[in-house]
Ligand binder design. Structure first.
Ligand SMILES: Cc1cc2nc3c(=O)[nH]c(=O)nc-3n(C[C@H](O)[C@H](O)[C@H](O)COP(=O)(O)OP(=O)(O)OC[C@H]3O[C@@H](n4cnc5c(N)ncnc54)[C@H](O)[C@@H]3O)c2cc1C
Length: 392
């Protein structure tokens, strides 16, 4: 039997960080909004040696998460300020970036995925217990005059002006609304794990371009770092098959002893890396946000940051619409799509281009990429612009 419910302005499908934060921001401004997820949000038990799934978050993302309310709820002892970035090429290329306001104002933050999602969830349960429903999916969507009728798997039916897909890279809702997605594998997998270090990281995020691969060691609180090794797929399998000591040794051979001896302190995990583009960001009374709208290489740590910027842009577009148009109005959605397409394409181009450049083995490319890095290192205004761009 179909159970009808009071009409919504926005229904968000997917309660990852992007979908839940968007729901909270809209709810606080009085928008009638509901967020659903196919699975219950897991209770996060903070591991003593930190979650191996971590994010480098920009200051702009921090701002949006503060608006949503989750940021203030996070355990401060599990957040690491980023106080600088060092990038090393595969020859003599070097690039270092520092915060705009000196060492006291971080360039961004390293945060565990579980810490952030559970802080948002705790906040939601406190301020908007009715906002989120888990364990349900969309079973059908029909156009009705002035809106959509969304049927859920447990038999409820909601009228809404707008449906937002925040259901991740393999969004089924995107497919349901007829938006094609184009996947292109980078031929890389990301191997992630945490390490205890013998020395001190000084809050600096370090990245090495080694032939055909990219290794990042991101600072965690205390004498710990988090590894993201974007390795060619067969090499990633070989790394995963090693013992923790062998893996630490293989890593140490690539990055040297700048951080002292490395000891693995978490179970490693791996992720397939793919670029994903969509033909359109919107359809009739429908919009994509987060990984449902784009897949980028993690070398710049921008996937979730882009998703939160999508959410901020969509929230502002809806909240500033004034009297007249409803939340699913075509011209509003077009404005949102126009605003987000370009910055996402730039980031995909930049990370994809770098991945390609550093996987090219021809010697003239090897010379060119390291030369380019050293030129950039000497150009302080351009470095300043890079830091500013990453934090927009
Ligand atoms: C190795 C690696 C390192 C990364 N590092 C960084 C980094 O440092 N900084 C950064 O910004 N980004 C980083 N990223 C990218 C980041 O992980 C993603 O961009 C981000 O998790 C996407 O969030 P999302 O909320 O859009 O989607 P997801 O986190 O995928 O959430 C989707 C939600 O939708 C739900 N769902 C799915 N299907 C349905 C359905 N049919 N019905 C209902 N619910 C559904 C899921 O249960 C889930 O809760 C990294 C990625 C990788 C692989």
């Amino acid at each position: 039997m179909i159970r009808r419910t009071p009409p919504l302005e926005v229904m968000i499908v997917g309660a990852g960080i992007t979908g839940l934060a968007l729901g909270l921001v809209l709810h606080q401004k009085g928008v009638r909004v509901k967020v659903i997820d196919r699975q219950p949000l897991p209770e996060f038990v903070a591991p003593p040696e930190f979650d191996q799934r971590i994010y480098a978050m920009s200051l702009a993302s921090e701002g949006f998460l503060r608006r949503a309310g989750g940021w203030q709820d996070m355990d401060r002892t599990r957040i690491q300020p980023i106080l600088g970035m060092n990038v090393q090429g595969d020859r003599d290329g070097r690039l270092s970036l520092a915060p705009d306001g000196g060492q006291t104002s971080p360039m961004g933050w390293i945060v565990e995925a579980g810490t952030m999602l559970s802080a948002l969830h705790r906040h939601q349960k406190r301020v908007a217990p009715e906002l989120l429903e888990t364990g349900v999916t969309v079973s059908a969507v029909h156009e009705k005059e002035g809106g959509l009728e969304v049927h859920l798997s447990h038999g409820q039916c909601w009228q809404t002006r707008l449906v937002v897909a925040a259901d991740g890279l393999h969004s089924t809702l995107r497919e349901r609304f007829g938006i094609p997605a184009y996947f292109s594998p980078y031929g890389h997998r990301a191997v992630v794990a945490n390490y205890r270090i013998g020395g001190h990281h000084g809050g600096v995020a370090r990245q090495w371009f080694v032939p055909g691969e990219v290794i990042a060691l991101l600072p965690l609180p205390g004498q710990r770092v988090s590894l993201v090794w974007s390795a060619q797929s067969d090499h990633a399998q070989a790394l995963l098959a090693m013992s923790p000591e062998q893996r630490a040794h293989a890593l140490q051979q690539q990055v040297g002893y700048e951080l002292g001896l490395l000891e693995e302190i978490s179970v490693p995990a791996d992720f397939e890396l793919r670029r994903m583009n969509v033909a359109r960001w919107i359809a009739s009374r429908f919009a994509l946000v987060g990984d449902a709208a784009h897949g980028v290489h993690p070398m710049a740590g921008q996937g979730l940051n882009l998703g939160l910027q999508d959410a901020a842009c969509l929230a502002d577009t809806l909240l500033e619409r004034g009297p007249g148009p409803d939340c699913g109005d075509r011209s509003l959605l077009r404005r949102y799509e126009r605003a987000r397409r370009e910055p996402v394409a730039v980031m995909q181009g930049l990370t994809g281009g770098l991945a390609h450049l550093f996987s090219a083995s021809r010697s003239q490319w090897g010379w060119a990429r390291n030369w380019g890095m050293n030129r950039l290192e000497r150009c302080s205004w351009l470095k300043h612009e890079l830091v500013r761009y990453a934090n927009r």
